[in-house]
Ligand binder design. Structure first.
Ligand SMILES: Cc1cc2nc3c(=O)[nH]c(=O)nc-3n(C[C@H](O)[C@H](O)[C@H](O)COP(=O)(O)OP(=O)(O)OC[C@H]3O[C@@H](n4cnc5c(N)ncnc54)[C@H](O)[C@@H]3O)c2cc1C
Length: 512
């Protein structure tokens, strides 16, 4: 059996960046279930937030992040995020990420709920693609071992210490075992829980399920961010129309052509994501439509073409010239705020198990992520994982939060239940655990998911492993959403539409 100092699961920004840093400390292998660039990261458009502008400070970034997080951010994590951001951006520049510049200075744009322009971008709206390409080139330069098309199916823990992983080689069907000193989960999110998502097929909650089964704590699972503007063209798979389009002056109009955001929020198009997504949903219901429109026809054509070349090209290739016509959009599942609970060094409650990126819950996003803070969080906390493991600092204490600890209890139901497949799971989650939730729908979702868990066959291939992982992740999201009897951040309960002081705490699940 092969043994490594570091096993990194996943090859998005979290996996690649962690592996690059870890390779200076010892032997590293990246295990990833698709090709190296099959991940959410490649699709990120808007950019990375960092307080590097003339009128910006880490304090301002800290305040904006806290405000978006709606009372549930961990202030220490957010302070680390904002203060270490400039150095991590310098790292990316050194690694060769070609951020857009004007006269040699990095260009910064504004996005919703940021008080000043602070979003760095590359190739206009191709930031994630440039980051993924640059980091994977460096991984090759550094000769880091990458095992593609290999699905991790289990984390091996003995006496409370992480020992390694079991994986399925998807090309040969053979089962492989690997040992390690440090295991970094960098498996991304779970957008495929929902019928409409901006995420590619690869985002199936594997890391959440692997960690939960291994005994790790999962927290904030009820907070799933729905992006307000997924493209809604007939027959075209969901595609993100970046936040930055509204940041640059795009206007949301209902099917009758009228702007409506100002009726819902004083910040109008630049209100936080959850507010915009819900406003769109209300407006769609009011007008009996399954979409609204984003209008950029008033912006200079040159600006649209230089800032949003990919969005322009994608729409143009599907028959829509966005400089002349309105863009049909609707909300879609986008980002998992919750995940594997870590402290500010990326450590979980299991010795030797770390989590980085979208699968981790470091406490920086709270109940709602501030736009473009996700890739920044990856850089800041991945670096801290390697700092910690490299210096062999003794295990530090868990992140201290006010929380209630929960378990998934067996649920008995006499209901006859249709067998689960990806489509019915996504419909259930979209309809009952989506943007607007209420008790009876959530109870129905929890019971159905529990019944599916009981009758799912043993997984044997990629599809069945992913379906198992999605059902477990969906159950954690639904149970948490049912427990939280209030509305906060991305979690909206029509039966409890207000904040409740009682709920200024986290919901944490354990399997032990
Ligand atoms: C369309 C879109 C636009 C976005 N725009 C922005 C933006 O502008 N700014 C921003 O900050 N964020 C943005 N985000 C969010 C951001 O891109 C992601 O949160 C971030 O890229 C996640 O990186 P990651 O490395 O954690 O996960 P990913 O990039 O998703 O990588 C996960 C990796 O884990 C692998 N994996 C998963 N399960 C297994 C398994 N069982 N075995 C082996 N490998 C496994 C996958 O194959 C993949 O390689 C956007 C997301 C999307 C979808």
């Amino acid at each position: 059996m092969s043994e490594y100092d570091y096993i990194v699961i996943g090859s998005g920004i979290a996996g690649l960046y962690t592996a690059l840093l870890a390779s200076e400390q010892g032997s590293v292998i990246i295990i990833t279930k698709g090709s190296i660039d099959d991940c959410n990261t490649k699709h990120a458009q808007g950019g990375i937030a960092a307080p590097i502008g003339e009128n910006d400070t880490p304090e301002l970034h800290f305040n904006d992040t806290l405000k978006a997080g709606d009372g549930l951010c961990d202030p220490e994590s957010v302070r680390i995020l904002a203060s270490e951001a400039p150095d991590r951006i310098s790292d990316l520049v050194r690694l060769g990420v070609p951020f857009d510049t004007v006269n040699g200075a990095i260009t910064l744009t504004l996005e919703a709920a940021h008080s000043v322009p602070r979003i760095l971008h590359a190739g206009g709206d191709a930031t994630g693609a440039h980051i993924e390409a640059t980091l994977s080139t460096r991984v090759r330069d550094y000769k880091i071992k990458v095992l593609e098309y290999c699905l991790v199916t289990d984390i091996v823990v003995e006496n409370g210490v992480t020992k390694g992983v079991t994986a399925l080689d998807l090309r040969t069907g053979s089962v492989l075992d690997f040992e390690c000193k440090n295991l970094v989960l960098a498996t991304g999110g779970a957008g495929n829980l929902f019928r409409l998502t901006t995420n590619p097929d690869v985002a199936t909650g594997d890391g959440v399920a692997l960690a939960f089964k291994a005994g790790a704590e999962l927290t904030d699972m009820e907070f799933y961010q729905f992006h307000p503007t997924g493209l809604r063209l007939p027959g075209v798979p969901p595609f993100l129309i970046s936040e930055a389009v509204r940041g640059e002056g795009g206007i949301l109009r209902n099917v009758e052509g009228n702007p409506f955001m100002i009726d819902y929020a004083p910040e109008a198009e630049l209100a936080p994501r959850g507010v915009v997504a819900r406003s769109i949903l209300f407006e769609m219901r009011k007008t009996g439509s399954d979409r609204v429109f984003l209008d950029v026809t008033h912006l200079p054509v040159s600006k649209v073409l230089t800032r949003f070349p990919n969005i322009y090209k994608f729409c143009f290739d599907h028959g829509l010239d966005i400089t002349k016509g309105l863009i049909p959009v609707a909300p879609a599942a986008h980002y998992m705020m919750g995940g594997v609970k870590t402290n500010s060094w990326g450590e979980t409650n299991i010795k030797g198990l770390f989590a980085a990126g979208e699968v981790a819950c470091t406490g920086t996003h709270g109940a709602n992520r501030l736009a473009s803070n996700s890739m920044l969080e990856v850089l800041v906390f991945s670096k801290r994982i390697v700092e910690k493991t490299g210096k062999k600092i003794i295990i530090s204490s868990p992140r201290q939060v006010s929380e209630i600890k929960c378990h998934l209890s067996p649920i008995k139901t006499n209901k006859s239940i249709n067998p689960v497949n990806l489509r019915v799971l996504q419909e259930l989650m979209w309809n009952k655990v989506g943007i607007i939730r209420e008790k009876s729908g959530l109870v129905q979702a929890v019971e159905t998911l529990a019944a599916w868990q009981n009758c799912l066959p043993e997984p044997s291939d990629r599809h069945t492993y992913e379906l198992n992982n999605l059902v477990l992740t969906g159950r954690l999201v639904s149970e948490a959403a049912l427990i939280r009897e209030e509305s906060r951040g991305a979690h909206f309960r029509s039966d409890f539409p207000q904040h409740s002081l009682k709920w200024e705490k986290h919901i944490t699940f354990t399997n032990c």
